[in-house]
Design a protein around this ligand. Sequence first.
Ligand code: ATP
Length: 215
Amino acid sequence: MAEAKIPKATAKRLPIYYRYLNILFNAGKQRVSSTELSEAVQVDSATIRRDFSYFGALGKRGYGYDVESLLNFFKKTLNQDRLTNVALIGVGNLGHALLNYNFRQTNSVRISAAFDINEEIANTIQSGVPVYPMAEMKEQLQIQQIDVAILTVPIEDAQKVADELVTAGVKGIMNFTPIRISVPTTVRVQNVDLANELQTLIYFLDHYGSENTDN
Ligand code: ATP
């Protein structure tokens, strides 16, 4: 597959490009220059040109990039043309916030089921998402064909719940707990440690000021 060759850093910028191109497209714009894009998405134009060359999109001098064809390419690459249902495990403070947020700015992912061990919250609907007891997790994941889960349980339960998710056949876990969970190599984990991210930001500000060298 062509996408397999796209570097990780480039792949990370894809959703940013996609969102902005969508705005341009909806506004009726047919083309965009890398300079214009650069200002809007805050990525330098040389990086944009290099990124886009991986997609086989070579902007024409004095013309820029064709918005619609780029958008179609990104749609396919990002699977924006299909809806992925995702589960959330642990409807505490962070879990609630994510249910309420529910990735509304994209049409391609949504949390369609949540699970919690607490009997008071199980069998309720939170922010429009049904919350099931843990005993029903495996069955619901299968019925709803969910293979991605967001993990927002307490640290001490993270590994145990991750094991349950793996047993239930989940292929990807977005881990919001600060511990590194162990999973088989067939399962992918994306760690989102919010406290760590914030501390990293503060560290960089303290040591290097606000000058951005990480484009
Ligand atoms: P809150 O103040 O609402 O408890 P929190 O995010 O600080 O918020 P945590 O103790 O981190 O709460 O728990 C998050 C959620 O995970 C809670 O709703 C809790 O019931 C649920 N939870 C705890 N253990 C498990 C488990 N083993 N499986 C599924 N859910 C769990």
